[in-house]
Design a protein around this ligand. Structure first.
Ligand code: MF3
Ligand code: CO
Ligand code: CO
Length: 238
């Protein structure tokens, strides 16, 4: 067994799934609110309200001092964007990431939306992020290894001509939001941590239209693409 990895019982998994369902329903609800003129701060308030009414807790709020319920990352922001009062515009690429806990168990998910219509490159990026996420999830099988997941993610991104950010990874999840194992979005088939029944982790690739290079802005949170290119992410807990 891999050291440091908390394997979950089927009861634990059911608890995690409850939190995931709240995260999913919240993202679905927010999807219906995303349009030009809406601010990410408004979306954050709607999310906070939704999670509360669903009997969950907003796990991101207060996490290492993060101020909000959702991460809202627009265009060249790859991740960890802090919601603001700025209005979304037609063609914006918006990633919403939410972590919910229910009775102390966590679920984590992120979807990327196109605000209004969008150009062919933005649409390709969104399809790529979803395809890469799905490929990684399909590769996550007991008996395999985490390198299978990373390779599948990378290969899917490559088919769409997008780069994969390598500095951020998926993670084990359960009673805490981030635990072992780390789940890289690159790698080689048949290498890395062995996947065994009872593991619960996220697959959450971030893809860019340009180079994979990113850096954290001066607010200490906002992760931006260094070349300013568009970025998208899809995250599921599996
Ligand atoms: N939900 C993010 C993840 O996928 C974590 C964001 S940490 C925050 O792991 F503090 F920025 F919210
Ligand atoms: Co995550
Ligand atoms: Co997340």
């Amino acid at each position: 067994m891999e050291e440091g990895i908390n394997l979950k019982t089927s009861v634990d998994v059911a608890r995690i799934r409850r939190a995931c369902r709240v995260a999913e329903r919240c993202l679905r609800f927010l999807a219906g609110k995303v349009r030009p003129g809406v601010s990410t701060l408004q979306l954050d308030r709607l999310a906070a309200d939704f999670v509360l009414k669903s009997g969950g807790e907003a796990a991101l709020r207060g996490y290492r001092g993060f101020p909000c319920t959702i991460c809202a990352s627009v265009n060249n922001v790859a991740a960890h964007g802090i919601p603001t009062a700025a209005q979304l515009e037609e063609g914006d690429v918006l990633t919403l990431d939410i972590t919910v806990s229910v009775n102390g168990w966590h679920g984590d998910a992120a979807w990327t939306f196109l605000v209004g219509g969008g150009g062919p490159d933005a649409r390709r990026l969104l399809r790529a992020a979803w395809a890469a996420n799905l490929a990684g999830i399909r590769a996550a099988r007991a008996g395999g290894r985490l390198g299978d997941v990373g390779e599948a993610v990378q290969e899917a991104a490559r088919r769409y001509g997008c780069s994969v950010i390598e500095d951020y990874v998926g993670h084990g999840i359960g009673r805490v939001m981030h635990e072992d194992p780390m789940v890289p979005n690159f790698g080689q088939h048949d290498t890395g941590t062995r996947i065994v029944p009872g593991m619960v982790f996220t697959v959450e690739p971030m893809l860019n239209l340009g180079s994979q290079a990113t850096h954290v802005s001066s607010d200490g949170w906002t992760l931006v693409t260094t070349d300013g290119s568009l970025s998208a992410q899809s995250e599921h807990t599996v």
